[in-house]
Design a binder for this molecule. Structure first.
Ligand code: VAH
Length: 317
């Protein structure tokens, strides 16, 4: 991986992944792709090239790939689960027509492609605890349907055209840089902001609802490590289970109280996000990722909480 295009570079994952890649490969070698209305700002704008690109525009993607001699495309353009339920046709268009455009360019130009999947690709029939790498995937949400289709299409392009597609199934991602936009797991980010600002947190997910979660530094490490893995060792490609922690809102409240004893929280369950969360597994089995490319998380609930609170306190005083 020497020259990278990040499509969706100003989103929750893209805004941090682009900066990590620029520190690793050199600013000039990582192009930040963005869309009108989501322009890069600050360090993301000043630390390297940026190009406006709609994920569905194959000609524009091909032009950028040629101009910058891109060898790897990170495809991070997507509507998250709750928004995708409100705009299912747009979610399908961005996630699948966008992926097809990228895969066709990658096939012609010889690029590797990373497109994340998610715990959202599983459904109510999927085993909830120790969710296997290869198991039933019948999601009920449009987000999940797009993620399963993404996995299948990416594997098809590898098997049929030898396009180097690779992917991980992300848990809910928690970060202190860019707020997520409309996901079911967003509560696990927003709670920290409320706690640090001294505001009561209104939790939209019911107590007892376990979901896989992961701190962003571990997610970024996974997204880079898998693309640098020895391809001869990969028995799977799209898409690897990766896990680090599983918790429910009461566990998160208790952990925050250890650091902020005055923290207050109450529940107002959002039926749309609760129905999605209820259909997702509690904790994935990530043994294949550990065996095939050395996946290993660094953060747990305690170390993530400490780092989140320290980082947000620096930002908000
Ligand atoms: C969402 N944060 O909630 C995303 C993610 C595993 C969850 O896909 O939609």
């Amino acid at each position: 991986m020497k020259s990278v295009l990040v499509i969706g570079s100003t989103g929750q994952i893209g805004s941090e992944l682009t900066m990590v890649l620029r520190r690793k490969l050199g600013g000039a070698n990582v192009v930040a792709g963005y869309i009108q209305g989501a322009e890069p700002k600050g360090e993301l704008l000043e630390s390297g090239p940026h190009e406006i690109v709609d994920v569905r525009d194959a000609a524009r993607i091909a032009e950028i790939v040629s101009n910058y001699k891109i060898d790897t495309i990170y495809n991070l353009a997507a509507l998250l689960s709750a928004v995708a339920e409100r705009k299912p046709l747009m979610a399908w268009d961005i996630q699948l027509n966008g992926l097809l455009a990228i895969l066709e360019v990658a096939r012609e130009k010889g690029c590797a492609v990373f497109t994340p999947s998610s715990i959202g690709s599983f459904g109510p029939e999927t085993p909830r605890k120790g969710t296997p790498q290869d198991t039933i995937q019948r999601p009920r949400s449009m987000y999940g349907v797009t993620k399963v289709a993404t996995e299948l299409l990416s594997d098809y392009y590898f098997n049929k055209f030898r396009v180097d597609t690779r992917s991980v199934r992300f848990p809910g991602l928690i970060s202190n840089v860019t707020l997520p936009g409309g996901g079911t797991t967003d509560y696990a980010v927003e709670i920290y902001y409320a706690a640090v600002k001294g505001e009561e947190f209104v939790c939209p997910i019911a107590a007892g609802t376990f979901m896989d979660m992961m701190y962003m530094p571990d997610a970024l490490k996974a997204a880079i490590d898998i693309m640098e893995a020895d391809p001869s060792k990969l028995k799977h490609r799209n898409s690897f289970n990766i896990a680090s922690m599983s918790f429910e809102p009461e566990m998160l409240r208790a952990k925050i109280l250890e650091y902020i004893p005055e923290f207050k929280m109450r529940y107002e369950v959002d039926p749309v996000r609760q129905a999605i969360a209820d259909s997702w597994p509690d904790m994935m089995d990530d043994s294949c990722a550990r065996e095939e490319w050395g996946w290993k998380p660094s953060y747990d609930l305690d170390s993530m909480t400490r780092d989140m609170i320290e980082s947000l306190r620096k930002r908000f005083g």
